[in-house]
Write a protein that binds this ligand. Sequence first.
Ligand SMILES: Nc1ncnc2c1ncn2[C@@H]1O[C@H](COP(=O)(O)OP(=O)(O)OP(=O)(O)O)[C@@H](O)[C@H]1O
Ligand code: SF4
Ligand SMILES: [Mg+2]
Length: 364
Amino acid sequence: MSASLLKIDNLRTYFYSRSKRAFIRSVDGVSLAINRGETLGIVGESGCGKSVTALSVMGLITATPGVITGRIDFANGTLHRNLLDGLDQSVRLSEEEGRIMDVVKDSGAWQRQSDRLQRGVRGGEIAMIFQNPKASMNPFEPVGAQIVEAVRLHTEHTGKKEAEQRALHWLERVRIDSPRLRFHNHPYGLSGGMCQRAMIAMALAAEPSLLIADEPTTGLDATIQSKIVDLLAELKAEIGITTLLISHDMGVIGRLADRVAVMYGGRVVEEGGAQQVLAGGEGNHPYTRALIASIPGAAEVRQKSYLQAIEGDVLDTINIPAGCRFYERCNRVTEAVRERCADCEPQLFDAGSGQRVRCWLFAP
Ligand SMILES: Nc1ncnc2c1ncn2[C@@H]1O[C@H](COP(=O)(O)OP(=O)(O)OP(=O)(O)O)[C@@H](O)[C@H]1O
Ligand code: SF4
Ligand SMILES: [Mg+2]
């Protein structure tokens, strides 16, 4: 049995911008593997393609053309499935020099096949929690009923009473205050923090083998944020569920992730063990170093000084340069690599101990 529960291979998810008459290459050749029992963190600035990667796995990209190529292999027990299997039959691409110029897609056929592939996977084997729990829960139904539904739909506890007990168990498990009372509350009757706990309970109630958490603490105030991170850390220790954790908050990633992938401009630019990647030193990608340098120190936070942002603009993924995608903003270019940086995109080079870095400075 392979150690990877989920393996994403050369995923490309594009959107068509009518105003610019061009493709936004939100995810542009991403390959990632999540091993059983581990938490893989994805970090990167806003717009680098983190959420689109997660939504592509869940089959939740509805805008066209959406996911266009790649493989997403999910393997658990007897279920082995490429979640993009056969979808290429509904898409015709025309490429020139490796650049996609046109996409013709039969969206109806594509969606039907994607829904077939996602049966039992989305919401069951793979559950997702989002940044805004209130928007992701049904406002017209009490929280408990929604969790009961997840239990009955996705686990062997199909009886009503039994499912209610399980739902209550999950509300207790996420340490929501007064779980019996919350069971009967509607989502709007809960605070942001409580609602995020209810959402986590609902995701776990399906007993998924993979949990995708997209910015689970963003939008909550600071003290509640840290309580949710504590909860996720406890659940990780107790349940050991395999997790894909997306966050732009290095602190959250540092606490929870075993391995980290750093994304920039629709690509993974570095991946490896959390400690190595988050070291932010000589052994890291210049972008990772800049990201880590931009984390405010405790003293700065106390003084409320501004976050030292990375200089330059985030790459627009419409006009992708020929060379390294980070070239315009990189302050580590040496004369030895300058020409290659400008002209040719680096591959992911092995930097030892399983760490890989997409930078010419790491070329053997
Ligand atoms: N439905 C869509 N139609 C067009 N463009 C989209 C769509 N969804 C995402 N994008 C674009 O794709 C790019 C990647 O978006 P994505 O949401 O994955 O970023 P992100 O890394 O999750 O950022 P954030 O940290 O802000 O959540 C962005 O440029 C975004 O504007
Ligand atoms: S390849 Fe060159 S431009 Fe890109 S990150 Fe490395 S040094 Fe900087
Ligand atoms: Mg996002």
